[in-house]
Design a protein around this ligand. Sequence first.
Ligand SMILES: O=C(O)CCC(=O)C(=O)O
Ligand SMILES: [Fe+2]
Length: 348
Amino acid sequence: MEEKPKFKTVQEVVAANEGLPERYLQPLTGGHEDQPLNGPVPEMDIPSIDLSLLLSSSEGRQELSKLHSALSKWGVVQVMNHGITEAFLDKIYKLTKQFFALPTEEKQKYARDIGNVQGYGSDMILSDDQILDWIDRLFLTTYPEDQQHLKFWPEVPTGFRKTLHEYTMKQHAVIEQFFKGMARSLGLEDNVFLDMHGENARMDTRFNMYPPCPRPDMVIGAKPHGDGSAFTLLLPDKDVEGLQFLKDGKWYKAPIVPDTILINVGDLMEIMSNGIYKSPVHRVVTNREKERISVATFCVPSPDKEIQPVEGLVSDARPRLYKTVKKYVELYFDSYQQGTRPIQAALI
Ligand SMILES: O=C(O)CCC(=O)C(=O)O
Ligand SMILES: [Fe+2]
C-alpha cells in the first residue's frame, strides 16, 4: 500500500498550538468495553531472568524454567545481568531525550522519505481514515553494518552515533545468548533458532517519543500490535509508565524495573516455536503531563531466510500451526496500519 503524503510530527502538532486534530481521536465503538484508554490496569507479573546464568550448566536450570514460563504465558520477560552497565543505558536514554528536544529543523535533517521507515518522522499514514498514534520516532537499521544508512544517523547530540554503534554490538551479544537460552528452554539444541534466523540477521532500532497528550483518555500512543520481529529488546521509559500487554482479553501494565531490558517475543519467534512462545499484543497509552520515551530494537531475520516451526517442536501431539514465511516484515507493515494481525495470515 502507498504511503499518504506526510503529516506533521506529533511534536509539530503540539508546537502549532491549534488544538488536537480529530485524526488522533479513537472512535467510540459503543460497546460496554468503552473505557477511557488511560484507566487503571493491574501490573503484570513477569519474572526477571539472569542472563549471565542462563547458559550456565550448573545454575542455568532455574533461569531456563523461569524463561519458559514467562514466554509461554506472557511472551515477555525482564532480563537482568545482561552485560550492559546502567551508566551506558542512561547514556542511551539521555541521547534519545536530547535528540527529540532538538529544534524541528535540526531533526528534519534526518527525515525519512515517503514510503520508507528509515529516519525521523511520524507514524506512516496509509489511508485517509487512519487514526493516528501519538508518537514520533527515529528508526535506524543498525546491523549488519553495510545496511546502515548513516545519513539518517544524528550528528547532534554529540556522541549519538558512536553510542548507537556501541549499543548495537552490546545488544548483539545479548541477542545471541537469548536465542540460545530460548532453544535450551524448549529442550532444543542451542543453535536451532539462530540458524533459522540467520547469521546476518538485521537489527533495527526505533527511538520512540510520546509527547504529553491533552486527551490520554481518547488518544493512543501506540495502537495494539504484536511485533514483526523474532523478538524485541526494549528500554521502556525509566519514569513514565504507558506500556501495556494483553493477556486473555485484559490489559496489564509493564512494570518499570531499573537496569533491566524487557524482551518480548515477536511473531517470527511464535512461528519458529510452533506457538509455544507467544508474540504478545501490546500498546502504549499516553500521559497528560509527561513525555515518554522508549528504545526498541527489533531482531529481524535475513530476508532470504525461510521461517517456520522448528522440527523438534512439531509432533503428532503438537501439529504444525504455521506456514513457512519469508520477508515477513513487508507483509507486516501493511497489515499493522490496518489494525489486523499479520500472524493470522501465517496460520495453517
Ligand atoms: O514504547 C514502548 O514502550 C513500546 C514500543 C513498541 O511497542 C514498539 O516500538 O514496537
Ligand atoms: Fe511493539
